[in-house]
Write a protein that binds this ligand. Structure first.
Ligand code: NAD
Ligand code: ISE
Length: 335
């Protein structure tokens, strides 16, 4: 009963997930790959025994040897693939963002609600990172008391050429919207975005860095420094300040070296490096749950809430001021 997966989108993440399913994840294999770029799909399929290349996601989803779908195409292509998969009642792991805006995320939510059971897991992989898992477990014990503040830092060495100021929120801070909701167990109710002077190392016109402030329905405040052209590497850190203490992750102190009168360590250069372990655990957990007929990871509700917060964040960035987040009532399916 090996899970036969169709991977949609064979770019950076899709190709890496194909490698992961084939080489690391047990109980699953890649039976189909899909990309609108036919050559790209063919090149990836050629590396995998028994894998067919397609250019149309729906055709792949109707193949006899496809049991589940991993969506790793660009964000705007997610909705059509999600709706087609739900129409066929196929289990899905969808890379973040679920969809690029709240209205399209709601359409996916409505489709899954009509189906009557959860089928979709959203690729918020930080929930599988061992450091974040330890932080969440500590908060759950209640030893530190109630969380009051959460400080997040999210730094990329350099942004890709197509990156816009809005994408710092919708593509990057998307992760912190989920981390904040998940760690605190609270919904984000309002977003404010401050604009520090852009770094000379940022491409012309890009508002980089940004300082984002979330308010939550539990009375906590979270901030996010997002800086996607920091130059020195890839860094993701979080510190929770609670009533009786604080806890912090992401310092990258796995190994400290002493040499020539200095001490220090190395900094990861990319998310595929920093979160390699998290992606491995995420895919294994998805494959295991799917084979049991369950969905255990971040839900369509989580994807929708993140989309709504990011939409408010983009408005706060462009119009200024504090923008409230409007969420529909949470359906029972996601209780
Ligand atoms: P990419 O541009 O390298 O790859 C996207 C691929 O999708 C391309 O090959 C493109 O041709 C293909 N594609 C576009 N529309 C398609 C369609 N309708 N049907 C089939 N294929 C289509 O992008 P990427 O960096 O691999 O990102 C892919 C997804 O992964 C995005 O949703 C992105 O936000 C997400 N992502 C997540 C993380 C993470 O840390 N979890 C990191 C990077 C990217
Ligand atoms: C990218 O899409 C990701 O998801 C990475 O995790 C994030 O660090 C990066 O800023 C995004 O562009």
């Amino acid at each position: 009963d090996t899970l036969r997966v169709a991977v949609i989108g064979t770019g950076k993440m899709g190709a890496d997930h194909v490698r992961r399913i084939q080489g690391i994840v047990s109980g699953a294999r890649v039976s189909a790959v899909v990309d609108v770029d036919a050559e790209r799909a063919k090149a990836v399929a050629a590396r995998v025994d028994g894998c067919t290349a397609y250019t149309d996601p729906v055709t792949a989803m109707t193949a006899d040897d496809v049991d589940a779908v991993l969506i790793a195409s660009s964000g705007p292509a997610h909705e059509a693939a999600l709706l087609a998969a739900l129409d066929r009642d196929l289990p899905v792991l969808c890379e973040k963002p679920l969809t690029p805006d709240a209205a399209s995320a709601l359409r996916v939510l409505e489709a899954e609600r009509k189906l009557g059971h959860r089928r979709v897991q959203v690729g918020f992989m930080r929930r599988y990172d061992p450091e974040y898992v330890r932080l969440k477990a500590l908060l759950n014990t209640g030893q530190l008391g109630r969380p009051l503040m959460l400080h997040n830092r999210h730094r990329n060495a350099a942004s890709p050429p197509f990156f816009t100021s809005e994408m710092l929120i919708s593509d990057s801070v998307a992760h912190e919207t989920d981390v904040t909701r998940w760690l605190l167990g609270q919904e984000i109710t309002a977003v404010t975005v401050l604009r520090p002077r852009p770094s000379v190392n940022a491409p012309d016109g890009l508002q980089d860095p940004q300082f984002v402030v979330f308010e939550t329905d539990g009375g906590a405040v979270a901030d996010v420094e997002i800086f996607v052209n920091c130059g020195f590497g890839y860094q993701v850190q979080a510190e929770v300040v609670c009533e009786r203490g604080t806890a912090r992750i992401g310092d990258g102190h796995a190994m400290v070296t002493n040499m020539a009168g200095r001490w220090g360590g190395t900094i990861a250069q990319d998310f595929t490096d920093r979160f390699a372990d998290a992606y491995d655990r995420e895919l294994q957990a998805w494959a295991d749950a799917t084979r049991r007929g369950e969905v255990t990871g971040p839900s369509v509700w989580d994807g929708y809430a993140a989309a709504a917060v990011c939409e408010a964040g983009v408005r706060a960035l462009t119009d200024g001021g504090r923008v409230e987040v409007e969420l529909v009532e949470r359906p029972g399916l996601y209780a």
